[in-house]
Design a protein around this ligand. Sequence first.
Ligand SMILES: Cc1ncc(COP(=O)(O)O)c(C=O)c1O
Length: 421
Amino acid sequence: MKRRSFLLAAIGVAAGAWWLRPADRGRGGHDGYFAGLSEALKREGLARPTLVVDLDRLDANIAATTRAMKPREFRVVAKSLPAAALLDYVMQRAGTRRLMVFHQPFLNAVAAAHPGTDLLLGKPMPAAAAHRFYEHLQPGDFDPTRQVQWLIDSPERLRQYRELAEALDTKLTINVEIDVGLRRGGMKQPADLVRLLAVIDQDPRLRFGGLMGYDAHAALPETLNLRAREFEQVEARYRGFLQAWREHAGGRGEEELVLNAAGSPTYRMWDGIDGLANELAVGSGLVKPLDFDIDTLTEHVPALFIGSPVLKVEEGLELPAIDLGPLHQLWDPNRARTFFVYGGYWKAEPVSPRGLATHPVYGRSTNQEMLNGSRQVELAVDDTVFFRPTQSEFVMLQFGPIAAVRAGRVVDFWEPLPQIA
Ligand SMILES: Cc1ncc(COP(=O)(O)O)c(C=O)c1O
């Protein structure tokens, strides 16, 4: 009797486990969109990992952003779209000359490539990096005194920038980082800001340019009203800092200040807020990497992909030293075939053909990455696999020239921004 119940229980567990098997995620080959992208890359004869920006989709994202941002100004986040020609394209379409920059070599490159822009630092640069920017600044129309706002997050950094202004015998415009709830540094209280303002006032080489309050943390889940409650706090904190400046400065010259806020996850939350920030920063949302599949960006469409050729196709799945034979696919139909692609291990996930995944045990490779898929996945040697980057800023620097695609054709190649200057 005992043995019978044990047997029944074992059969039950086995049936349950069988029922829990992963579903077959394969859906054939590329859909029309990715088949078109694949053709576009094949026509170029590149046959290597290539980063693609879809200009039609980018246009849609720019239009959605500018529409939702009005009447505020649009500051384009350069680190998230790191190619000079791409930045130019976005600025022209969006009707803005404002960029937010986060890296000294990019600052030099942007000043050289776009002498008409207005630049705000998105993080406080070490004073030595700011000094290097001046050393490498090419002579031309770009006037850093008027066109760069250096971000200052502490009294100590302000002291260093005063010394820098003196050493260079130049005027610097200072923008102050305020903590509106992100807890990533900057002024914690309005009184801290007032103390910095007093130091700036005393130095004829320094000019106060405005405030930067980044609020990405406020894109919280909507459950328990968390998001609305935190955004109210963001607004109240920003208002507190601005009020402190008004009282300090007697309200003169407010229209000239750069009052920056937001990022892709939060820019839409400023819709309907009166006054305060007069410009909003957006970068990643214009190409919408995977990490930006969030409910505040549902109007945006993915516009950034990696296309990489398939080098090898094998039936089944073999792991070195452990021969499980057909056991893999017995449990998981998505392990029925093996593909090796050119390159890999990017901050990206395979998206087309559907149903491809890396193996949890085999290991990752930047040289030739292994992917598995079911028998439903249609993919042959020399076909292209498409990945969607999880973020844009680092991934876009890894491939050399970026293929700009419009209506299913590569129309240009854009060099990423340089990493040295
Ligand atoms: C200060 C600041 N503003 C805005 C952004 C938003 O950039 P994105 O729109 O690319 O998310 C960032 C991103 O890190 C940031 O640090």
